[in-house]
Write a protein of this length. Structure first.
Length: 617
């Protein structure tokens, strides 16, 4: 390879694989892995995803055998999937919680401004997360992101269920599209995204092979459309007209006569009009209809068969009534400047995993010769096969006795030292993989606990893992805030959640390493008792340490209802019994006496000249 042919890109760490070499060669192995409608610039990315999936399924040897003719005897003992699952467990922590800042103060008397609204939004989002199995979806999506470097969520309003549906996609189906002028940074949000995959031929049902593509696209708001049928019977959308044959606008849209732009006010920004909306298209194309030059970005719409949603809406440029693309691309790492794709956790150690598999293969072969050693015998009487006239093979079994002549001997080939050397090499490679992946031997569980003199030493040993998880969570923090914001706005667009400004919700991951809960509890007790930390902050620290506290505000309220010593000090300091009752959440005091009029009323003071009611005598 010449220097100018050296390719350096987001997938260069895979260049040692023959399948990733010469990506531009026509008819190469990369083209065999991808359908004909996949653009050339995406071939290396999809090939990398395929290779990484093979490592996850212990099939890297099969890929190697298919590309080079070697590696069929490769031993893969699950080191790659173990590393993926270990990183995933540390990334997600023990739990994932939807939190809206300020919601924990909603029970205060009086609550701070916006606290009640924050609590209501938090309850709505948590209810949606429970129905949509958010924790399960996160496990699915994040495992794909850790393995391949990328994964995608999509959100869609489902009218029949009255809520937003959350779906996960492998990044191999994801094809973002940026404007062709090149002015847009690849790290920015694309203006058009596609999800596409092959549907194999079904001979039983008589269906040909086809490709399905789902497209989200931002564009100017147009006139209203309605579902219908084309002349050939295929579903499509057509403009809606009034009785005079003029196109009509959707409810709430306005046309500016001077500019010709149609605008609308969205529920999350009622005081601001926007001329932008998102269109959804979902169709299928027969592979036989796709000729040269057609790829996922320019499939001919005249050949499309559009799908129909559960409410009868044809998904042919359907106006979703939102001004954003409801798709969130998750990257496993913080992308390089100008890059859009993340990096798998296997990237730094992939060659180490190959070395480990090769060592395991050699170890397996060495075990065979150690368990059934090669034996050479001289001076033994060996029978002859009367049919062939050749000496019969000598068979050794437990309890065998071999008669040797004078001066005879038996020698055994001892391969145990080689086996021990291979095992030592495996341990060395495991330690190297743990170090270079930053998961560390302590994180992988291969470190001898007796080798650590103290908990502080364990904290130092886990330092690289802490920085790794911190970086991975930072890469995701904004994406999950964006996901929850989209969820809330789609429910607002569906008219089931209250209109208004979208709350700033986020997802909090649990602690990724074991916590000394007793030490945290002692720290909180001392700090809160000394008045250097608030009770709310102390409860949050206990929650992060793994204590079973579901809601910080409820826990604070329960504690205060029993804080009689603090209430007594409050009474001594203020002399205000009403403030004490509010602190204990007892409500206003009630004397139990009714209102007694002191001035006589008609009929109220009969027999009394002074008009005073006799009931107070």
């Amino acid at each position: 390879m010449r220097v100018r042919d050296l390719l350096v890109d987001s997938w260069s760490w895979l260049n040692f694989k023959p399948i990733m070499a010469q990506p531009q060669r026509p008819g190469g192995q990369l083209a065999e892995l991808s359908p004909s409608w996949v653009p050339e610039e995406d071939l290396r990315r999809l090939a990398a995803y395929t290779l990484l999936a093979a490592y996850d399924q212990n099939q890297a040897g099969q890929v190697q055998a298919a590309t080079t003719g070697e590696g069929e005897d490769r031993r893969e003992l699950g080191d790659a999937p173990k590393l993926i699952d270990t990183v995933l467990g540390y990334l997600l922590g023990s739990e994932q919680t939807v939190v809206v800042p300020g919601a924990e103060h909603a029970e205060e008397k009086p609550p701070p401004r916006g606290a009640v609204e924050a609590a209501e939004a938090q309850a709505l989002l948590r209810g949606w997360a429970e129905k949509e199995l958010l924790e399960l979806r996160m496990q699915q999506t994040e495992r794909t992101a850790v393995r391949t470097g990328d994964a995608v969520y999509t959100l869609a309003w489902e009218p029949s269920k009255g809520r937003v549906l959350l779906r996960s996609y492998d990044a191999g189906f994801y094809f973002p599209e940026w404007p062709g002028d090149g002015d847009m940074d690849a790290a920015e949000y694309p203006s058009r995204v596609h999800f596409a995959w092959d549907i194999p031929e079904d001979r039983v049902r008589g269906l040909k092979a086809r490709v399905r593509r789902i497209t989200y696209e931002l564009g100017p708001i147009g006139t209203a459309t309605e579902s219908g049928r084309a002349k050939d019977g295929r579903p499509h959308r057509a403009p809606t007209h009034d009785v005079d044959g003029e196109p009509v606008l959707a409810v709430g849209d306005q046309l500016d006569p001077s500019t010709g732009m149609i605008t609308r006010a969205y529920p999350w920004a009622p005081g601001r009009r926007s001329g932008l909306t998102c269109f959804l298209s979902d169709g299928e194309w027969l592979l036989d209809d796709l000729k040269g030059g057609h790829d996922v970005y320019n499939l001919p719409e005249s050949k499309a068969t559009w799908r129909v949603r559960s409410d009868g809406q044809v998904l042919d440029h359907l106006d979703l009534m939102v001004d954003f693309i409801p798709a969130i691309h998750i990257t496993n790492s913080i992308p390089e400047p100008g890059e859009h794709w993340g990096r798998t956790s296997l990237a730094p150690v992939l060659q180490g995993l190959d070395e480990l598999a090769a060592t395991d293969t050699d170890t397996s072969a060495s075990v065979a010769t150690t368990g059934s050693p090669v034996v050479s015998v001289s001076g033994a009487r060996i029978g002859v096969d009367r049919t062939t006239g050749q000496p019969r093979p000598l068979t050794l079994a437990p309890g065998s006795a071999i008669q040797l002549a004078d001066g005879g001997r038996m020698d055994v080939l001892n391969t145990a030292p080689q086996l021990e050397a291979l095992r030592s090499q495996s341990l060395h490679l495991l330690d190297r993989i743990a170090t270079n992946s930053r998961v560390t031997a302590a994180g992988l569980g291969t470190l001898d606990p007796t080798a650590l003199p103290s908990g502080y030493a364990l904290s130092l040993a886990l330092g690289p893992l802490d920085s790794l998880i911190g970086s991975m969570r930072l890469a995701r923090d904004h994406k999950y805030r964006l996901l929850l914001r989209m969820v809330y706005r789609l429910h607002q667009a569906g008219r089931v959640w209250p209109a208004g400004e979208t709350p700033a919700a986020r997802i909090i991951f649990g602690p990724h390493t074991p916590t000394d809960r007793a030490a945290v509890l002692d720290e909180v007790v001392k700090a809160v008792g000394a008045g250097v930390l608030s009770l709310e902050t102390g409860i949050r620290m206990l929650m992060n340490a793994g204590y079973p506290v579901e809601d910080a505000a409820d826990e604070v309220a329960r504690i205060q209802r029993r804080a009689f010593d603090a209430a007594a000090r409050l009474a001594d300091a203020t002399g205000d019994n009403a403030a004490v009752r509010r602190f204990l959440q007892l409500g206003d005091a009630d004397s139990g006496l009714g209102t007694v009029p002191l001035v006589g009323k008609p009929g109220g003071g009969a027999g009394r000249p002074d008009g005073v009611n006799a009931s107070i005598e």
